[in-house]
Design a protein around this ligand. Sequence first.
Ligand code: EPU
Length: 337
Amino acid sequence: MHENFSLKPYNTFGIDAKAHYFTEVSSVEELLEALNTPATRTLPLLFLGGGSNILLTQDFEGLAIRLNLKGIHEDLINDNEVLLTVKAGENWHEFVLFCLEKDYGGMENLSLIPGNVGTSPMQNIGAYGVEIKDTFVSCTVLNLENLQLETFNREQCRFGYRDSVFKQEGKGKYVILEVSFTLTRKNHQLKTSYGAIQSELEKLNIMHPTIQDISKAVIKIRQSKLPDPKKTGNAGSFFKNPAIPLIQFEELQQKFKNIQGYPNGDFVKVPAGWLIEQCGWKGKQIGNVASHQLQSLVIINATGNATGKEIFDFSAMIIDSVMEKFGIELEREVNII
Ligand code: EPU
């Protein structure tokens, strides 16, 4: 157990906030041990995976536990499918690469997403027309109230757009320890409808893509517009794309002729990046914080010296200007600590 420990290497924003106590665990036994000492039983807890979806706005006056459980277990279900059970501490992209190497299909569109497997169900990570709910089977969690293991199936996880039970009523109550997915072993169902993937495949001159080709295209697209957290602190999209009532969208269309929207039942999803850009934030820097010059939905620690509070205040200014110009309230996707 470390005391007054800097979490800078453990959050992709690179914020230098301290945890009063910090420990790393590599097994369920070590996790139970860390939770079960008289000193830790009453402390607030912060569980860290890849640290790619948190903003630390202050020092954490409790026990931060980094989950380092590793391992991928394969069960060949039949000729067509494989069940993969993956421990929480596996890096997401390395897991995707493992699938591609074995020619298991279903994860290729989710290439290069930062973070760990254990946090992927929290916000039902997604990109380029695929979300983890599409291949998810179940996850094993530790219930923090009674320290018992439980299994959540897909329905119980209540996945939505960047949402799950673990961000709603289950918030703070469970630690995800491992996640199972069913992937295809042949006849892969390719998802290439997303415009950017199609044009990237065309550029690469690929007519009949494999899952490996799709991964390559996704990696190219992501690298071309998203900052690498190893070089520039960020947590990917900072806000969700808001869904507004159709009637509100139609009113906005009168005023803003080129507003984009993707119909979703009675609602229309509007790209937050577009709204933010229209308010003049794209590439704009205030102090140590900026909106990324190629994708304004991503807030970056531009100098490497930003505090979480500065980033939070910057995001509040963006929320205010989008509200003022469009009457739309942006919701933060990143967890604020
Ligand atoms: N746009 C702008 N200005 C910008 C950014 C975007 O006008 O500064 C427009 C684009 O031209 C495009 C539309 O907004 O027409 C959508 O942009 P993009 O394709 O980049 O996707 P996004 O909706 O901004 C979402 C996810 C990303 C994911 C991509 C691809 C959310 C909050 N974000 O971004 O996820 O990679 O789609 O599927 O849903 C993440 O969650 O961290 C993340 C990067």
